[in-house]
Design a protein around this ligand. Sequence first.
Ligand SMILES: Cc1cc2nc3c(=O)[nH]c(=O)nc-3n(C[C@H](O)[C@H](O)[C@H](O)COP(=O)(O)O)c2cc1C
Length: 392
Amino acid sequence: MIFLTAGESHGEALTGIINDYPSGIEIDTDFINLELARRQMGFGRGQRMSIEKDEIRVLSGIRKGVSTGSPISFLINNLDWKNQKDKLDSEEDVLNPRPGHADLPGILKYRLNSIREVLERSSARETAVRVAVGAFAKLFLTEFDVFILSYVEQIGKIRIDEDKFRSFVKKSFNPLKHKTDFEFLERIENSLMRCPDEEAADRMMKLIKKTSEEGDSLGGAFRVIASGVIAGLGSFTQWDRRIDAKIAASVMSVPSVKAVSFGSTLSTAFDTGTSFHDEIFYSRKEGFYRNTNNAGGIEGGMTNGEPVDIKAIAKPIPTTKKGLKTVNIKTKESAVSFKERADYCAVPSAAIIAESMLAIELANAVQYKFGMDNIREIKQNYGNYLNYLKNI
Ligand SMILES: Cc1cc2nc3c(=O)[nH]c(=O)nc-3n(C[C@H](O)[C@H](O)[C@H](O)COP(=O)(O)O)c2cc1C
């Protein structure tokens, strides 16, 4: 499937169009709205998120709750539009670009007079549409027992002990099927920091509070994992079919994400080959399997049957009360960067958006290998491949 998003941060609504979504999938709009609500949560978000209550309104492509195969289009209203409309219509040009935001390159590129025209679209508000599309992708992936979760590993310099949680995520991880998996997920979902380590989460929140009171912002790191992913998605045969490259680009497209890595690369890639690579074993019950997943479930641009395991790093939010030195684009005089109501830290939300982007890439890879049009047909092809893998 491919998708487009449209809409400005303080426009009337955000819109999305999805093409090539298979027919025959039951679309649970409550699930999509739940995903939208997950994006809105997290300690460190600004006032805006208490105004918005994102809900999807589907306009096409679904009949009697089931996808038809036609393009799906939908709306998410911006509730803040009514409050801001008059104010923004009469606003003077915004002239002091924020370092770290799209402001300066944006006005240069599009020959605009006010930074407002750039910031309205470059704002991460657009990612609500991506999370809705990701929810459609997740509904598709559920048919193949793929489950995606995420959690926050670091805020500023406060970091969880990653070894403590590494073993939780296995090939068979599925909170819909296993109680311990459900409990682990519940711990994350109930945490305002999306962090399974309560003590670290507490310290992270204190740091965010202190930093925001000082007029500053924070970034951090998060992990996204997909379990139940079959071996053989993506390909080594052409550079642009490598699934790690596609996933990396998609996760990197989440605003503020500046690094994406797979498995334990960041901590173990400088070890020797024999300690880094995941040795191969075989059992009749499991087929081929590994006891480690340093590769993050991808070898040679293809999934290898282990969980797809990603770590991403998000830089601090560019808008700060403190401000940074900048230059007025009209007068060329020194100035302090533009300030607007903003988040102080959005790493938990970035993790949810990254879940969505991973879901979209995996759904695409499944469709590429097993078919585009109808879910029953795709599942049949998938089943045939599973049988082949079992009998190899
Ligand atoms: C969920 C989320 C919320 C964000 N909120 C803000 C914000 O309120 N103010 C801000 O300046 N940047 C915010 N950002 C970051 C900017 O969108 C981002 O830094 C900017 O678009 C420039 O893109 P880049 O950081 O990828 O280079 C947010 C990012 C995410 C993922």
